[in-house]
Structures are given as structure tokens and as C-alpha cells.
Write a protein that binds this ligand. Structure first.
Ligand code: C2O
Ligand code: CU
Length: 552
């Protein structure tokens, strides 16, 4: 195993993500940030300097569990103090499991500002993937607004709330086209044909392939809002990896990918080699108002400017949830994957509601809308500091008579920052329960992401979860994931073991939803955490503690 060093400066830059110049949060002067690549067992060291001048920053390594290094999880107010303008923080952590990951800002709405990049972990030296391929590509998917992230933040926090609307552009590896289309003759409404020379910041990266080979396509979605569907014109895809875990291979025409998820798919270049093909990404689960993102699958030796004869693949209808559910249900662990314990020690049911608090629109979990404290939890719990957060634990359930199918005013929610304190080496079940949002007949998809763990997805169901549903849990080959969706008016059951001392966020990965309170905090075995770096503690009440020097 190796130690891989990176030196990064985070700063605002002018960048043309989609043909319109914006101010973007970049790393070392570029957007998206550099790809980190290592092998399982490597140590990654990122020396991060904040060049934003007027705001703090942190970076979360999404999908990396941070065993033994919970302070490197990169969550402001949870695992560390935000890195002040001008200061440097060193992230040092092990990448213990091969897979497709990414990283992103985790302070305010810095992910929406463009602070993200890919993190790819290859199998350890001498080991092999359980599938074969001749070459690989990596596509990091995101969505982009022309309105800056600070203005979006103010909009969402206003009374009445101003919704940010749908993204202007979908980006593939940080590139999209807003004023033109790659496939103008097929697009509707008609945008002019893009005239790109290829050197533009927003020109798509073309995938160059040779006929009759198998390629691995790594996909990860760091969208702020959009659920996506990706397809390769004329080609089947075989799904082999999800969130850094191998799955039982299965074949599909198109793949759904929600914010926070990653996949690897294999495709074989077995189509007419005299042609080129489209790769398209479209919005799912919300009435789309954003054109597809396109790039080209270029069969060599054809010219990349040779136009595909087929139109770009069309995504399934945005609200065809059965299509999405059937995809979710096909995802099962590869034989030989770790199995969940048969029994759980504790069950936490989390009701997801949209609420009004003093006129402000919020999301709440069991009626608590998360507002992070000023002192990061990891330090305040580790050092037993009083008054750092609400010591009353949030509820493990919601009132039995709550009707999840009905529109409700949900006027009794409160702000809170309490913690679910979990015992070490316990098996925890979490039932995510969806409900009707504030609008009539409105219930949305929420992709929930857990820090510090992978969990087994035991099942999905419709309506309100009941004890009888436990019998339907898949304990045989449930997939391990770090992100899972709840469907409108449905529930999702997951299970994990508390084997990783630290404080871990569990939240909807839609950035505006998290900003509006849609998350909870879990803590386990914090007394076992050793050697938290001082810089992670140097704010709030732990900062004061350091100054009085009682602990060092
Ligand atoms: Cu990728 Cu807490 O998120
Ligand atoms: Cu959400």
C-alpha cells in the first residue's frame, strides 16, 4: 500500500460549465476538482488550503467509511470545524475498499457551488475485480444553476421560501451545453446545433472505444437536486458495482442514478462499428425542465464528428416510478458478499415530512428539523462538553395515527440538533418512512446517504411500514450501499452494525433538502476515538476548551 499526497487550494474561479460563464468553486484553478485514484489499502493525504477569502470550507469523502479517522469525514459542525479562510487542514484517511466514489463540499451549499470531484479506488495490488473489461471511463454527473449557491441559500431560507426550481443544465464531468444542443435536429424545443471545436471548457468529453471490446463505465451522481437516468444508444449495460460494493450482475437498457449513488456498468461495443452513438442523461422523478446531457460514444476509427444516425435515447417517463422500483429491486449483493446479522437490537423509524415552522418551509424527521450546532459534535461528545447540543435524544418513531398518505399542515415541527446515541456493536434497523409533503398529492423521492457505514437494503414497500413487513425483509442477499432512496408514499428498510466509533450524518442527499433540515445525526463509541487533531476542534466550545488547555 502507498501513501498518496495531494495539495489542493479551494477557490472561486470563473468557469464556463455550460457555455455561460459562472463563478464556480474550483480546486487548483479547475472545475471539477482533480480525480483521486488509489488502490485499496492506500492512505490518501489531502492538504487542503482554503482560498475562498470570506468563508470556511470542508470536504467530505463520500463512501469512504473513515475507520479510525472520524475527524477526516469532512462534515462541518459534525466531524470538524470548518477550515477558515487562509488556513490549511490535512485530511488523512485510508481507502480500504475498491470502488467508485467521489468527494464534495459539506458546508452550507458548497456542493451546489461546484466543489466536487471523483475518487476511484482500484483493487489492491495482485487482486482482481470479479469481472473483466478492456478499458474504462469515469462520468461524474451533476446539475447546474445559473443562480449562485449563496443566492440559492438565501432563497431557500426566506419566508416565504423561494424554491430554486429545476437546474438549467445537467453536467457530465462538469461539462454541459445550455445555449446549444449536441443533437439539435432531434431536440425539442429547438436549440441551435453546438459548434464546438473541442477545446472549450464546456465541450463534452467523448468516449473513444474500439469495436468488440468490453468497457467499464463508472458513474457517480453528485447532483444538488436531480435524479438521473443514463442510457447508451443501442447498447445494453450490465450493472456490476453499486456504491463501492459488488452486485449480482444484471442487464438493463438504462440506469437510474440518484444523488449520492455510484455504479459501475459494463458495456460491449458490439454494434455497427461504422457508426457513433449517443450517451444521454435525463431528469427522473421530477417534472423535467432541463435538457438531456449528451456525449458521444465514438467507435474508432470513425471521426468523432460523425453524427450518430439514431436519436439520443429517451428516458422513461419522469414519473414512471414502477420502472425505477423494478431497477432498485434488481440490485442484489454478489454471491459471497457479507450478510446482515439475522436480528436487530434497535429499530429507528424516521418519518420524512415537509413542515412549516413560523412560516418557513422546512423538512423534518420525526418532527425535528435539523439545525447544526456551532460546536462540532465529534469534539463536544468526545470531551463531554455541556450545552453544545440538545441532549434530549430525538424520537425513535412517530405517532401511530399519523396518516402518511394524506396532506397535513405538519405545524408542530421544531428545530433541533439532538443525536441518536447508538451502542457499539449493535445491529440497527432504520425504516425511512415517506409521507405526503405540504402540497396536495405531493410526495417526492429522497436519496438518503449514511456517513461512516455501508448498510444493507432489506427492502422497499408502499404506504406505512408495519411490523408485518419485517417478514418480507431480504436477509439472503441484500445489497450493501451507502445511499438509498425512498419512493413517494413508500418506505425503505436498512440495517447496519455500529462498528465505527464516530459521529455520522445520515441525510437526504438533495442539497436544498439537507439545507432545509432533512437529516439526523448518529453517534457510536465516541469515547473510543483517539487523537482528534486540534484543528478539527478549534472552534465553538471545543475551541474554548483548547484555550484553557485542560486537555491537549
Ligand atoms: Cu455526499 Cu453527507 O454527503
Ligand atoms: Cu430530500
Amino acid at each position: 500500500a502507498k501513501t498518496r499526497h495531494f495539495k489542493w487550494e479551494v477557490g472561486y474561479i470563473h468557469w464556463s460549465t455550460d457555455g455561460e460563464e459562472s463563478v464556480v468553486m474550483g480546486i487548483n484553478g479547475a472545475f471539477p476538482g482533480p480525480t483521486i485514484r488509489g488502490r485499496a489499502g492506500d492512505i490518501i493525504v489531502v492538504e487542503l488550503t482554503n482560498k475562498l477569502h470570506t468563508e470556511g470550507v470542508v470536504i467530505h469523502w463520500h463512501g469512504i467509511r473513515q475507520f479510525g479517522t472520524p475527524w477526516a469525514d469532512g462534515t462541518a459542525a459534525i466531524s470538524q470545524c470548518a477550515i477558515n479562510a487562509g488556513e490549511t487542514f490535512v485530511y488523512r484517511f485510508k481507502v480500504d475498499k475498491a470502488g467508485t466514489y467521489f468527494y464534495h463540499g459539506h458546508y452550507g451549499m458548497q456542493r451546489s457551488a461546484g466543489l466536487y470531484g471523483s475518487l476511484i479506488v482500484d483493487v489492491a495490488q495482485g487482486e482482481r475485480e470479479p469481472f473483466h473489461y478492456d478499458g474504462e471511463f469515469n462520468l461524474l454527473l451533476s446539475d447546474w444553476w445559473h443562480k449562485g449557491s449563496h443566492e440559492q441559500e438565501v432563497d431557500l431560507s426566506s419566508n416565504p421560501m423561494r424554491w430554486i426550481g429545476e437546474p438549467q443544465t445537467l453536467l457530465i464531468n462538469g461539462r454541459g451545453q445550455y445555449n446549444c444542443s449536441m443533437a439539435a435536429q432531434f431536440s425539442n424545443p429547438r436549440l441551435p446545433q453546438c459548434k464546438l471545436r473541442g477545446g472549450e471548457q464546456y465541450a463534452p468529453q467523448i468516449l473513444r472505444v474500439r469495436p468488440n471490446k468490453t468497457y467499464r463505465l463508472r458513474l457517480a451522481s453528485t447532483t444538488a437536486l436531480a435524479s438521473l437516468n443514463l442510457a447508451i444508444g443501442g447498447h445494453k449495460m450490465v450493472v456490476v458495482e453499486a456504491d463501492g460494493n459488488y452486485v449480482q450482475p444484471f442487464s438493463v437498457q438504462d440506469i437510474d442514478i440518484y444523488s449520492g449513488e455510484s455504479y459501475s456498468i459494463l458495456f460491449t461495443t458490439n454494434q455497427d462499428p461504422s457508426k457513433n452513438y449517443w450517451i444521454s442523461t435525463s431528469v427522473r422523478g421530477r417534472e423535467p425542465n432541463t435538457p438531456q446531457a449528451l456525449t458521444l460514444l465514438n467507435y474508432l476509427p470513425n471521426s468523432p464528428s460523425k453524427f450518430p444516425t439514431l436519436p439520443p435515447p429517451i428516458a422513461p417517463l419522469w414519473n414512471d416510478y414502477n420502472h425505477s422500483k423494478s431497477f432498485s429491486n434488481k440490485i442484489l449483493a454478489l454471491m459471497g458478499s457479507p450478510k446482515p446479522p439475522i436480528k436487530n437490537n434497535r429499530r429507528i423509524v424516521l418519518l420524512n415530512t415537509q413542515n412549516k415552522i413560523d412560516g418557513y418551509t422546512k423538512w423534518a424527521i420525526n418532527n425535528v428539523s435539523l439545525v447544526l450546532p456551532t460546536t462540532p459534535y465529534l469534539g463536544s461528545i468526545r470531551y463531554g462538553i455541556n450545552n453544545a447540543f440538545d441532549t434530549r435524544p430525538p424520537p425513535d418513531n412517530f405517532p401511530r395515527d399519523y396518516d402518511v398518505m394524506k396532506q397535513a399542515p405538519n405545524s408542530n415541527a421544531t428545530y433541533g440538533n439532538g443525536v441518536y446515541m447508538l451502542k457499539m456493536n449493535n445491529t440497527i434497523d432504520i425504516i425511512l418512512q415517506n409521507a405526503n409533503a405540504l402540497g396536495k398529492g405531493a410526495s417526492e423521492i429522497h436519496p438518503w446517504h449514511l456517513h461512516g457505514h455501508d448498510f444493507w437494503v432489506l427492502g422497499y414497500g408502499e404506504g406505512k411500514f408495519s411490523d408485518k413487513d419485517v417478514k418480507k425483509f431480504n436477509l439472503k442477499n441484500p445489497p450493501l450501499r451507502n445511499t438509498v432512496v425512498i419512493y413517494p408514499y413508500g418506505w425503505t428498510a436498512l440495517r447496519f452494525v455500529t462498528d465505527n466509533p464516530g459521529v455520522w450524518a445520515f441525510h437526504c442527499h438533495i442539497e436544498p433538502h439537507l439545507h432545509m433540515g432533512m437529516g439526523v445525526i448518529l453517534a457510536e463509541g465516541v469515547h473510543l476515538v483517539k487523537n482528534i487533531p486540534r484543528e478539527a476542534l478549534a472552534c465553538g466550545l471545543t475551541g474554548k476548551m483548547l484555550m484553557t488547555n485542560k486537555h491537549n
